[in-house]
Write a protein that binds this ligand. Structure first.
Ligand code: GDP
Ligand code: ZN
Length: 451
């Protein structure tokens, strides 16, 4: 049996209200000791909270008695809605500690909810995502996942496989030779269908992760082209949700924007050039990783330059990237014309602008929003929102491909059945139905206290 835990559920500091959550077997006695009297389940009552040891009044609080198993954690629980002052919260925390309750670990309430079957693991992750959500798209996705939309897709696939498995097992049990073929044929269709759907979902699976973590844009261009100016213009626009912060290396500066309701990170990959110096080369390598790994690159070119220094960075461009011809306010040099011709040849969208005067910037940043929406808005709920989900979906698809090959190759039906079973396990693992121990600590370590 678990112990009784408690934690402030609201952010520390001065606020109108501070909520303390309690969960575990002695929740009821604790609440009765602090606020004697009859309490109806799930009804807020205003009470004087008293320290049981000496009867001193700690606060006038709203108290809630939330009996299990219909509570968030599935256990007997309670909530104390205190006046938000630090001293009030502190006094109540000390009282609860003195009464033998334990301060919860980060994510422990949600972990208990998972352990009592109130949420599956993907839904538990969604609780953390919802707390962290900064943009409308993150909020919508986390809420859908909490609602079970992601789990529902995986469950439907798993059920298809369990059906197929029933047919395969029937085939295994047949003693003579001709029957299994017909039965195996019956199993083939659902396996092939789920494999196809998994392939489609995987092709689309970076979408959910990008919504959660941010769509990644990299600025690339020769020194002096205007990358930093562009980064500042984007950060200075009213859509920056975090001011420019140095990245993990001095070579990558990043801003986070909210474009059309989506989280977008824009990285200035300064110093993308070839270098003999090992330390600088390491910086170049990181900047290059950033450029290559981005979902979209903005190739920034100084269109007033006579030289064509930008050629050196062209190797990082990919189809679908955007060309930004900066310094339109200056007399144009040969560099602008060559870059434009090159972009046209490569089917790249071009925007001429001036970051000094601001001309053309608005149009370019609107195009960025359109590109982000196109990349991240999808008809269906994404089947994966984390790398963990994606890995298991990939493994499930691989097992199904093998199962199909085994059926087609006329190999023992048992082999195919085993692969289908393993694929179903991979899908079950995402919801934490099996093998949960391996991922629990990882999933819950990232929660805040009180969740
Ligand atoms: P980076 O090296 O690519 O990051 O380029 P910067 O953003 O640091 O800009 C290099 C220089 O070009 C700076 O002196 C900027 O003030 C200047 N600059 C940037 N954009 C424009 C522009 O549109 N017009 C003009 N005239 N100067 C610009
Ligand atoms: Zn710069």
């Amino acid at each position: 049996m678990s112990d009784t835990i408690f934690a402030p559920a609201t952010a520390a500091g001065r606020a109108a209200v501070a909520v303390i959550r309690i969960s575990g077997p002695v929740s009821r006695e604790t609440l009765w000791a602090l606020a004697p009297g009859r309490l109806s389940p799930r009804r807020a009552s205003l009470r004087a909270l008293r320290r049981p040891s000496d009867g001193a009044v700690l606060d006038q609080a709203l108290v809630l008695w939330l009996p299990g198993p219909a509570s968030f954690t599935g256990e007997d629980s309670a909530e104390l809605h205190l006046h938000g002052g630090a001293a009030v919260t502190e006094a109540v925390i000390e009282t609860l500690l003195a009464m033998g309750l334990r301060l919860a670990e980060p994510g422990e309430f949600t972990r208990r909810a998972f352990e009592h079957g109130r949420l599956d693991l993907a839904q538990a992750e969604a609780v953390a995502d919802l707390v962290d959500a900064e943009t409308e798209a993150q909020r919508r996705q986390a809420l859908g996942q909490l609602d079970g939309e992601l789990s529902a897709r995986h469950t439907a696939w798993r059920e298809g496989l369990i059906d197929a498995l029933a047919s395969l097992e029937a085939a295994v049990d047949f003693p003579d030779e001709e029957v299994p073929e017909a039965v195996a044929e019956q199993a083939r269709a659902p396996i092939a269908r789920v494999a196809e759907q998994l392939a489609d979902a995987l092709a689309d699976s970076s979408r959910g992760q990008r919504v959660r973590e941010g769509f990644r844009i990299a600025l690339i261009g020769a020194p002096n082209a205007g990358k930093s100016s562009l980064l500042n213009a984007l950060a200075g626009s009213d859509r920056a949700i975090v001011t420019a912060t140095p990245g993990t290396t001095r070579d990558v500066i990043e801003v986070v924007l909210n474009l059309a309701g989506y989280r977008v990170t824009v990285a200035d990959t300064a110093g993308l050039r070839h270098s003999e110096d090992p330390i600088e080369a390491e910086g170049v390598r990181r900047a290059a990783d950033r450029a290559v790994g981005a979902d979209l690159r903005l190739l920034v070119v100084d269109s007033a330059a006579a030289d064509e220094a930008w050629w050196a960075v062209v190797e990082w461009a990919k189809p679908g990237d955007l060309l930004v011809l900066n310094k339109a306010d200056l007399p144009q040099g040969s560099s602008g014309a060559t870059a434009r011709a090159w972009a046209e040849e490569h089917g790249m969208e071009t925007h001429a602008l001036s970051l000094s005067t601001g001309a053309g910037f608005q149009a370019m940043s609107e195009r960025l929003s359109v590109r982000v929406v196109k990349a991240l808005a999808g008809a269906e709920f994404p089947a994966a929102t984390r790398a963990r989900h994606r890995r298991d979906l990939e493994a499930a698809e691989a097992h199904l491909r093998r199962a199909l090959a085994e059926l087609d190759g006329g190999l023992a039906v048992e082999l195919a059945a085993e692969d289908v079973r393993l694929a179903a396990r991979c899908l079950a693992r995402i919801g934490g139905r099996i093998d949960a121990e391996d991922v629990l600590d990882l999933v819950f370590a990232r929660f805040c206290i009180g969740k």
